[in-house]
Design a protein. Structure first.
Length: 387
């Protein structure tokens, strides 16, 4: 009993303050990180964060397996505290709590894959109704399946930080620009391409050059559009190898589809009607201590930061904004925010779709792949540092 208690306490302290192990479940960070890569995530890189909900079963995140019931208590909820805090650096690969997971539909078909807010926006678009009415209808449909979670119990996501607090970000023809300066692509990345062939592609040949054509959606890089037309997510090296195949006639950059365009992109307003995942912004990223004027455009972009993440009341009365019960013309941010994007740029649910990551959602820095498996051990990925 003593040994077991000591082991649990020691492991909990290590997971909270030093490092934690994670597994990659989706391909949003390919080719930097692959599905079934096992990672060590450093909690000390940005400073260990004290849990908001200390009354929880050790080693279980959010819900108990099988029964899908939360196993943490909110009777004690601590304020955000981080010891020895260090800011996230641009281009770090970061694990964070999914900001849009504060409210979710607790159903395997929804959760973090199709967020509560996505369902509301889809209702607004499909049924041509205002947000309040869409929210009411979603509540009527899902009822008690709609739940809320504290910050540290929200789903863990992993992405690359492409913009830090105070940056102005813009995506132009797939390239990310920060403060007007073009940024290099991640060392290993993927984009989608439209491929035309003279004959059907061979699955084994594709596998030979590293392109997975699989029934597993988490590994599948190929979508067949017509008999000799394909949509393929691939790295630069894979594309170069594919071009050498005799059956390949043409490879062209992917044209963003319906769900890769406004109004499905943050911040979901008419001023961004021309935005796509490949041509996005400009977007200023909030910085602690910086102030913005309270205008309709700024409320639309930063209202969630003000209300949800920084816990203020903000409303409009008779053409004037009222902040925490007092008339206001500006707002000063209390936290730093970050902009996260997946290295698999056309297959990533990231900041382009749901916005900013507050500093209190940051978990740690992905530092090392200690194990990797896919139909056997991927020996070449063991103990590989993450760039």
């Amino acid at each position: 009993m003593d040994a077991a208690v000591f082991a649990v306490v020691a492991a909990t302290l290590i997971r909270t303050f030093v490092f934690e192990a994670y597994t990659i479940p989706t391909p949003s960070m390919e080719k930097t990180l692959l599905v079934n890569d096992f990672l060590f995530v450093s909690k000390f890189s940005y400073g260990p964060r004290i849990p908001n909900t200390p009354l929880a079963v050790p080693f279980i995140h959010s819900n108990l397996p099988v029964v899908n019931t939360k196993w943490y208590l909110e009777r004690i909820e601590l304020p955000y505290t981080r010891w020895f805090a260090h800011p996230v650096k641009r281009n770090d690969v970061v694990v964070f709590n999914f900001p849009a997971n504060d409210t979710l539909i607790n159903d395997p078909n929804y959760g973090s894959e199709i967020t509560y807010y996505q369902v509301i926006r889809q209702r607004m678009i499909d049924e041509h109704i205002p947000e309040d009415e869409a929210r009411r209808r979603v509540q009527d449909q899902f009822g008690d399946a709609i739940i809320t979670r504290p910050v540290d119990e929200r789903e863990n996501f992993i992405k690359r930080c492409v913009g830090v607090a105070g940056d102005t970000l813009q995506v132009i023809n797939r390239d990310v620009y920060i403060n007007g300066v073009k940024q290099p692509l991640p060392p290993e990345h993927e984009f989608k391409y439209n491929v035309t062939t003279s004959a059907p592609l061979d699955q084994d040949q594709l596998h030979g050059i590293g392109i997975e054509w699989s029934e597993d959606p988490n590994r599948d890089q190929v979508r067949q559009l017509q008999s000799n037309a394909y949509e393929i997510s691939m790295s630069d090296d894979e594309m170069a190898s594919l071009k050498m195949m005799p059956v390949v006639k043409d490879i062209r950059p992917y044209v963003p589809g319906e769900y890769d365009r406004s109004p499905y992109l943050f911040p979901y307003d008419a001023s961004t009607a021309s935005w796509t995942v490949d041509n996005y912004g400009p977007m200023w990223i909030p910085k602690k201590g910086s102030s913005i004027p309270l205008t309709p455009e700024n409320i639309n972009r930063y209202g969630r930061c003000i209300r949800t993440y920084e816990h203020n009341t903000l409303e409009e009365r008779n053409g004037q904004y009222v902040l925490n019960g007092q008339p206001a013309t500006s707002y000063t941010f209390k936290m730093d925010y970050y902009w996260m994007m997946g290295d698999n740029r056309h297959n990533s649910l990231d900041s382009r779709f749901w916005g900013f990551v507050p500093e209190d959602h940051i978990v740690g820095k992905a530092s090392l792949i200690w194990f990797s498996v896919d139909h056997g051990i991927r020996w070449g990925r063991l103990f590989k540092t993450i760039r």
